[in-house]
Design a binder for this molecule. Structure first.
Ligand SMILES: *[C@@H]1O[C@H](CO)[C@@H](O)[C@H](O)[C@H]1NC(C)=O
Ligand SMILES: *[C@@H]1O[C@H](CO)[C@@H](O)[C@H](O)[C@H]1NC(C)=O
Ligand SMILES: *[C@@H]1O[C@H](CO)[C@@H](O)[C@H](O)[C@H]1NC(C)=O
Ligand SMILES: *[C@@H]1O[C@H](CO)[C@@H](O)[C@H](O)[C@H]1NC(C)=O
Ligand SMILES: *[C@@H]1O[C@H](CO)[C@@H](O)[C@H](O)[C@H]1NC(C)=O
Length: 194
């Protein structure tokens, strides 16, 4: 009995350490959205449904395992660049280490930025482009804002009384019928009195 238990304990030790290792690696891995474009309108900017699907693992369209690509990539980022005329030239979602900036996108302002969702912009000395970085450090935190909800024209009670027939059509119809009935009755009464 005793040796059997001991051997069980012995075999449990490596399993335990493997589990700890697995948990540590799991926690330390970071996934970000990855895409880039130079176009004015592009799915990389506003494909909200596609990003949500990626974050749920339904597709891998925009998914980047930053940890697997580079252990130093511990944050997600959004990079935008504007030319001198104010025209956006680059839009990029991806991974970053917060320290390494290419010469095209480097400014003293970008040193030591915390991954707090705040956007920091700087004018690049060589190109005169205005480059902005937004950093964050949770899985798929560098997505687009959800599209604004489509306003419900019927949410405004005063709007439906103002004559929008799509809102409360039956109620409006009822009122119209009642009004026209009263008008008809009035005309009839008027005619009878004459
Ligand atoms: C997201 O996934 C759902 C379910 O698979 C699909 O119906 C929908 O078209 C996808 N949306 C986008 C924007 O890819
Ligand atoms: C990302 O890669 C790391 C290292 O290869 C791995 O441990 C981790 O499970 C991966 N994460 C996802 C979500 O695939
Ligand atoms: C990660 O950073 C360390 C220290 O700065 C550096 O020595 C190493 O080469 C980097 N690793 C990669 C894959 O870039
Ligand atoms: C940054 O934004 C992401 C996505 O909206 C959110 O999950 C995260 O908590 C935010 N982080 C901070 C530090 O505000
Ligand atoms: C509701 O009414 C207010 C005040 O009349 C107006 O400013 C607002 O735009 C209306 N909203 C809708 C959805 O019609």
């Amino acid at each position: 009995m005793q040796p059997h238990r001991l051997s069980m304990l012995r075999s449990a030790v490596p399993v335990f350490f493997l589990l700890v290792l697995f948990l540590v690696t799991y926690v330390e891995s970071l996934s970000c959205y990855q895409c880039a474009t130079t176009a004015k309108h592009h799915e990389c900017k506003d494909d909200y449904g596609g990003f949500v699907n990626t974050s749920m693992g339904l597709t891998h369209k925009y998914d980047k395992n930053c940890t697997a690509a580079n252990v130093n990539w511990t944050r997600c980022m959004i990079l935008t660049a504007q030319g001198q005329a104010g025209v956006e030239t680059v839009f990029h979602r991806g991974c970053h280490d917060g320290e390494t900036f290419s010469i095209l996108h480097d400014s003293p302002k970008f040193r030591g930025l915390p991954p707090n969702n705040q956007t920091t912009c700087g004018r690049i000395a060589s190109s005169r482009e205005l480059v902005c970085f937004t950093f964050c450090a949770t899985d798929f935190c560098n997505g687009p804002q959800p599209p604004p909800p489509i306003p419900d024209p019927c949410s405004n009670t005063s709007a439906s009384y103002a004559g929008d027939a799509r809102c409360g059509a039956t109620g409006l119809q009822g009122t119209v019928t009642l009004t026209s009935m009263l008008v008809c009755a009035g005309i009839l009464l008027f005619a009878l009195l004459l």
